[in-house]
Design a protein around this ligand. Structure first.
Ligand code: ZN
Length: 199
């Protein structure tokens, strides 16, 4: 790529680092940015900087938010006795889109994976157990992905919680194996939620 000047090359390189962006797309995006009005580019860059600076974990459910507590945890209209455990903030968004769930969430930020060296201490399991001690929770719905890692995580969490007497359930299958929750349509997700089984 020596035929471009240094700054263009740098911009292309930055885009290449993003997930799912190959060399060709990176070039297209870089030239698109160069042809955008300067103010628009500045606004875009500032939005990224500001989001990165201000977005943090909710102190209760650990989803990503720009305040101390996320809107779901702050809401008075949610059922505060049910927690749905998900792997990521994107999974939470997928369930919110169904409009069928009105409880609270707990975002693990990953799943247990011996292959990748991710153990229980590397995701937010301990924080979940603390919540179960401090809050009046009647049911924990485990909605981790149906991948090997998601299933292992579900088993692990259910074994930890069951002795406490709190009801633990797992969303029904019908969610394709290895499928990321966020790519599953809303009908399938609501069905998986309705058909959950007690562990
Ligand atoms: Zn929250």
């Amino acid at each position: 790529m020596d035929y471009y000047s240094k700054e263009i090359n740098q911009l292309i390189e930055e885009f290449t680092r993003l997930p799912g962006i190959g060399a060709k797309t990176a070039q297209r995006l870089a030239f698109h940015v160069i042809h955008m009005p300067k103010e628009e580019v500045e606004q875009f860059a500032n939005t990224m900087i500001s989001a990165r600076r201000n977005v943090r974990y909710c102190k209760s459910c650990f989803t990503l938010t720009d305040q101390e507590y996320c809107p779901i945890c702050r809401s008075d209209n949610r059922d505060k006795h049910t927690i749905m455990v998900v792997e990521s903030t994107r999974d939470l968004a997928a369930y919110e889109k169904t409009g069928k769930y009105n409880g609270l969430y707990h975002v693990l930020h990953g799943a247990i994976s011996p292959m990748l060296g991710i153990g229980p201490a590397d995701i937010r399991i301990r924080e979940l157990l603390v919540r179960l001690q401090q809050e009046d929770i009647k049911e924990v719905i485990i909605a981790t992905n149906s991948s090997l890692e998601g299933e292992a995580t579900a088993m692990y969490i259910s074994r930890l919680i069951k002795p406490s007497g709190i009801k633990v359930s797992r969303i029904a299958s019908g969610v394709p194996v290895g499928g990321d929750l966020e790519y599953i349509d809303e009908v399938t997700l609501s069905r998986a939620l309705d058909g959950r089984v007690e562990l």
